[in-house]
Design a protein around this ligand. Structure first.
Ligand code: ACO
Length: 329
């Protein structure tokens, strides 16, 4: 069974930090960031929480879908940076939207979260358990950024995007994958449990994790880079094969926006024209699971998505997770 995206929306915070701003706080330069990553600016939240960003993006998506919020029977939120451990981001967004009744849950597959959520949505639509699903992806990555670490702080931004998904016609294929042995390559620790009756220390099983500070993202950038340059083309090829297509049959590929060089390597490996890939990393940096739906909302707004276009969304991220799905617009 295929899916149809009937509405898209996005919200990014007003405060924009450019590379020169970062050169004032860490030992870096516009030249280094631009050539190594492709990033020029990123948005940073200023008093707006993840659920509030998510609700703003959702309101736009619901309006564009031409439906009432009450028609949504499931809210699937993707995030690695929720506002609360509980309730879920999905519940908080639902509350903000004034929805009285909907199944709400969060999904964390890091930067690949949207691809995973789209497939979960497809399964619920196919089973008949849901008819109209709101996927809301909202990230405040700056919540876990160490602004003294030049290797990570320049890469990330905040923002949210939403899509309304229903049953559709045409193609649908999806490949979800992961390499959990790479879990230590990107992580952010929560505070360890406190036992008032014992002071036995916790052992994470890896020195990197034992020694890392709580609450700040740690990343083995080079290892993630190598993983991503292989994972991204592999996922696109597998999803195309599953759909009975060749990669050259795809009209548009929307990759996760982590580093322009990762996308350029994928373009070479897939032997596709660069124009088939949508890139907006220069404006937003890496917003984790919000990157792909944010790109979809821009393309939708610009009228660049035509009925029947074969679209491939492909993501990778902490975990390590990766996956790709193909659907028709
Ligand atoms: N400015 C100037 N120099 C810097 C900066 C900076 N902002 N950051 C690192 N450097 C330095 C390093 O210290 C190093 O210096 P040295 O040679 O003196 O030791 C040098 O630049 C080269 O560092 P590398 O880490 O080898 O640089 P690289 O070209 O690999 O780029 C980067 C680093 C951008 C992090 C890259 O590895 C990358 O994009 N990795 C993938 C990250 C990713 O995709 N993450 C996605 C998942 S995130 C998620 O799931 C939430």
């Amino acid at each position: 069974m295929a899916i149809k995206i009937i509405g898209t929306g996005r919200y990014v915070p007003e405060v924009i930090a450019d590379n020169e701003d970062f050169a004032k706080i860490v030992d870096t330069s516009d030249e280094w960031i631009t050539t190594r990553t492709g990033i020029k600016t990123r948005h940073i939240t200023n008093g707006v929480l993840a659920f509030q960003m998510g609700a703003k993006a959702s309101e736009q998506a619901i309006k564009r879908a031409g439906i009432e919020a009450e028609e949504i029977d499931m809210i699937l939120a993707t995030t690695v940076t929720p506002d609360c451990l509980t309730p879920s981001l999905a519940c908080l967004v639902g509350q903000e939207l004034g929805i009285e009744s909907a199944a709400c849950m969060d999904l964390n597959a890091a930067c690949a979260g949207y691809v995973f959520a789209l497939d979960v949505a497809q399964k619920y639509l196919d089973s008949g358990c849901a008819k109209t699903i709101l996927i809301v992806s909202s990230e405040i990555i700056t919540r876990m950024v160490d602004y003294s670490d030049r290797g990570t702080c320049v890469l990330f931004g905040d923002g949210a995007a939403a899509t309304v998904v229903t049953k559709g016609e045409g193609l649908y294929s999806c490949v979800l994958k992961g390499k959990p042995q790479g879990a230590v390559k990107i992580f952010t620790k929560l505070p360890e449990p406190k036992n008032p009756f014992s002071d036995k220390p916790f052992d994470w099983g890896y020195n990197e994790m034992n020694e890392a500070p709580t609450g700040y993202m740690q990343m083995a950038g080079n290892d993630v880079y190598k993983f991503a340059t292989v994972a991204m083309p592999e996922a696109v090829e597998l999803a195309a094969e599953q759909a009975g297509l060749k990669v050259e049959d795809l009209d548009l590929i929307i990759p996760h926006q982590a580093n322009i060089r990762i996308v350029q390597t994928a373009i070479k490996r897939l032997k596709l024209p660069a124009e088939r890939f949508y890139i907006n990393i220069q404006d937003f940096g890496n917003i984790s699971s919000a990157c792909i739906p944010l790109a979809l909302s821009q393309l939708d707004e610009q009228g660049r998505l035509k009925k029947g276009d074969k679209i491939c969304v492909v993501g990778f991220g902490a975990g390590l997770t990766y996956g790709a799905s193909i659907f028709e617009w």
